[in-house]
Write a protein that binds this ligand. Sequence first.
Ligand SMILES: NC(=O)c1ccc[n+]([C@@H]2O[C@H](COP(=O)([O-])OP(=O)(O)OC[C@H]3O[C@@H](n4cnc5c(N)ncnc54)[C@H](O)[C@@H]3O)[C@@H](O)[C@H]2O)c1
Length: 396
Amino acid sequence: MASAYMPKNILITGAAGFIASHVCNRLIRNYPDYKITVLDKLDYCSNLKNLNPTRSSGNFKFIKGDICNADIVNYILLTESIDTIMHFAAQTHVDNSFGNSFEFTQNNIYGTHVLLEACKVSGGQVKRFIHVSTDEVYGETEEDAVVGNHEACQLLPTNPYSATKAGAEMLVMAYGRSYGLPVITTRGNNVYGPNQFPEKLIPKFFLLAMKGKILPIHGDGSNVRSYLYCEDVAEAFEVILHRGEVGHVYNIGTKKERRVIDVARDICNLFSLDPDTHIRFVENRPFNDQRYYLDDQKLKSLGWVEKTTWEEGLRKTMDWYVKNPDWWGDVSGALLPHPRMLTMPGVEKNNGQDVRKVVVNKITQNGNDGSKLKEEFPKLLHIKESLIKYVPEPIN
Ligand SMILES: NC(=O)c1ccc[n+]([C@@H]2O[C@H](COP(=O)([O-])OP(=O)(O)OC[C@H]3O[C@@H](n4cnc5c(N)ncnc54)[C@H](O)[C@@H]3O)[C@@H](O)[C@H]2O)c1
């Protein structure tokens, strides 16, 4: 095996979000010699508290900014002498991508392009560009497939989110080929654990179950997902950073699969709720991949193994959400069956009131009647047209 790569100055994008916060906290903890700069625009799903274990470290710096801003990116590369980029920042929620998908193209494709171009103009300064992609770029796996997607499989994305992730990968590949940029790409299964914004299935179910509320499942719950615990995934990135080979793609996967209905049942059981009365099936997404099954051998050959069992990971996650129910403040918008957080950002104000709260309140008062909403908030809903299409059913 080639000798391990040793970074000095790392730029991590999107580390106020879920996965990258665990990666950043782990690297700061394990490698006091590495200097880490985080660039994050602090979008609705992020939280600086995710970086609490790290914020007082002398080798850590946080910069609030957008990866789409070439001036900021060029400035950071130069002033921080960045030799390594771990690029996590993205719009990540598939449900949102069925609403305002331009945001996904902008952040996921254009944002990645800006980073790549900054590396190019820095003239060989960057020795590793680790691009974080997803299992979803492979598209749906057949229900009865026994062999998982390996890294050379064709990319066949099925939703706007995964299409933008696949698009970003194409640019990464091209910059590797055209300019010799030392790129590595990862494609991961679903991740769960502390710090995950509750628009995603597992934290959303925890927050609802904690309040004894109904867990809404898109479709019939037969869709299968593979889940990895966040600390195992952070370790996978540690391994890829040091031992990953330039030009290669690594799946970060698990062979353990679980139907969504079984995830909901497990969470009900943890809170002693009767699954028959606390699970409700709601309208499915426009397209909901049945399964993402990965071949995980290549990363294992670098020495990585999944350590956390589902039961242990779920228990740790539950403990964290029970202790930190208000980590993001009011997340009622995210707990709806079909949230559209990109169209309900807490930062936008309408007559001084949080738009998200206004909309959610009106939905609760008006039931499912989107036309009433439109009458009452023409200006607001002119911008938020996509929300009308998805006025969620109230769930108590
Ligand atoms: N969550 C999963 O299960 C999963 C699985 C496989 C791959 N991934 C990939 O891993 C990465 C991280 O996912 P996550 O779930 O931790 O994300 P997340 O949604 O929790 O966090 C994303 C972070 O990126 C930041 N961000 C978004 N756009 C930005 C921009 N233009 N400039 C600067 N910062 C920006 C946000 O503020 C946020 O802090 C993503 O690239 C995602 O596609 C996630």
